[in-house]
Structure formats: structure tokens, C-alpha cells
Design a protein around this ligand. Sequence first.
Ligand SMILES: [Zn+2]
Ligand SMILES: [Zn+2]
Length: 349
Amino acid sequence: MQALVYQGPGRKALEERDRPGIQASTDAIVRITKTTICGTDLHILKGDVATCKPGTVLGHEGVGIVEVAGPGVSTFKPGDRVLISCITACGRCEACRKGMYSHCATGGWMLGNSIDGTQAEFVRVPYADTSLYPIPAGADEEALVMLSDILPTGFECGVLNGKVKVGGSVAIVGSGPIGLAALLTAQFYAPAEIIMVDVDDNRLAVAKRFGATATVNSSAGDAVAQVMKLTGGRGVDTSIEAVGIPVTFQLCQDVVAAGGTIANVGVHGCKVDLDLARLWSHNVTITTGLVDTFSIPMLLKTVQSKRIDAAQLVTHRFKLHDIITAYDTFSRAAETKALKVIIEAGGVL
Ligand SMILES: [Zn+2]
Ligand SMILES: [Zn+2]
């Protein structure tokens, strides 16, 4: 089969690999129909993710069809169409029993990290019963690819942790796929204001279409003043960090109102300054966390009922044999206007 393989920092290649086989009775082999590329894959390629060893097939998002179900898999059978969670969960360990699947003792973020991932024709999914979700008949599979990672991440780590509420004010710093996923799912709670902050006018225009009430281009360096002006000098009840660099975390600290919450979603590769001297006396809460994907079943219903339109995040489509071009398009998003790219892997039975 064809698979996109991480070959070490800065290097990747589409290789011919053996199809994965069942290794544990609870495994399933899924024939990938659609997958995508994540900002996290670019982090791996930069050499930022030590747990991902050269030789690993990348990718942790996707939908497909069960090809083989191990004898211990009871929920799925060959031919079932499934959504793959980016988080693999045994469902039984202490962390899983708390719903903290990202810290599953024998699972967590494995696909495209510690084991081969979804940017291939086939993938082995451990603990299939608790790591796959059935796809309803007639569902838009491109939209569902957004449920493997980005919608649950934006919702759980941004909206829920950030305590977005009716009539509240929200600033989302970073209008990439994750920031936009937070923007889409924040609207479940009908906040009065959602201010999107980014350096890219195209992404801010997309945010406007997706429901932002105001946008701020931060490239001029006056983003704090602009957000303060938009909020009558108070700042926002929730500031969501969806970039992962010190300057954007600082912005989130600078615009949060007294009693507000800073919800960190971004993947940080270095330390940031914490303005504790100001934050403590303003009753500010800071939240961090990996996505657990416990919200996938709920989000699936909202996509099915068209409460949110997840498919609008898809800007480009490629075949698996063209995945190198897809990476190039995705990594030059400012020029190509890429948000999420769909990779079609075949998957016809
Ligand atoms: Zn991802
Ligand atoms: Zn577990």
C-alpha cells in the first residue's frame, strides 16, 4: 500500500509499505477513504515531536471502512464505515474511566505518532471499540474528517475549558483550522461577541463568514488596543489561544477581563511568560489540556443536523498519490489560502 512516511526532521516520502495486520484482538484494520493533514504533522516534520520516530506513517485524522476486525472487537465488523478519533482509548484504565482519554495508560495520541497513522491506504487502530465511531448512512464524510481532531479540540480545549457563555465575549487568537473550529463551536453558547485575531486578512475574512462578530489584524502590533476598544475597555470573558507561540499567549493575557478565562489550545514548543502579578488580582483562570475527543458523538449530531457546517473548513482536495503536493499547499497557507486539505485514499470496496 502507499503511505506517507516521516523520514526524520525535514524529510517525508510517499513509500510502498506492507498493509498493517492485526496485532491484538482488540485491533481493527481500517481502509482509509479520506484523511487530512494537521498543523501537528508539520510540527513533527520540523522535528518538534520526539515521540514520533523516523519511519512512522503520519496522520491521526480520517474516515474509512473496517477491513478486518480482531476477534475482540464487538462493535464493528468488516464493511462498517467509521470515523477515527485522533486519540486511541482503551476505555478501561483510570484515565479513560475519568473521560481523560488523551492520557489513556496504553493509548492516547498514538496514530501518526508512536504507531503508524492514517495517511495511508490502511491503518491499524488499537482498541477499535472505543477509538472508532460509526458513521451514519448518507453522512458527508469530508465534514466528518473534521471530527477526528480539530472540532473536538476547538470545542473541548477552547470553548468548554474557556467557559464560553450566553451573552459573553470571546477573543480567539489564531484563525487557522483550530481557531475556526473554536469559532464554529463557540456559537453553540450564543456569546454576544466573538473577536477573531490573526495576521492574515484572508483567514479573518473566512472568520467573518463563519460567524465572527469582529476581526482584528494583529500584524500592526496594536491588537490589544483594538480588542479593548471593541469591548469598551473591559477585555473579553474568554480568550482562546489557538497558535502556540509566546506572543499570542501574551495577547490572550493582555485582553482577558477580570474574572475571565484564558483557554490555551495552541501547541507550545517553548516557555511563555506568565503575568501572574496582574492575573491573580483579576481572578483570571488559565486552562490547558490535550483533546480527549469525548465530544465526538455530540459533535457528530450537530454536523448531521447542520447546526454547524464543518465541510466549509475544506479548501483543497488531493489524491493520496499527490500527498506531497497536498503538504506543500497546506504548509504555504498564507499564499494558497488553505484551511483543511482532504486526501482521498481510494477506499472503494
Ligand atoms: Zn491534528
Ligand atoms: Zn485507557
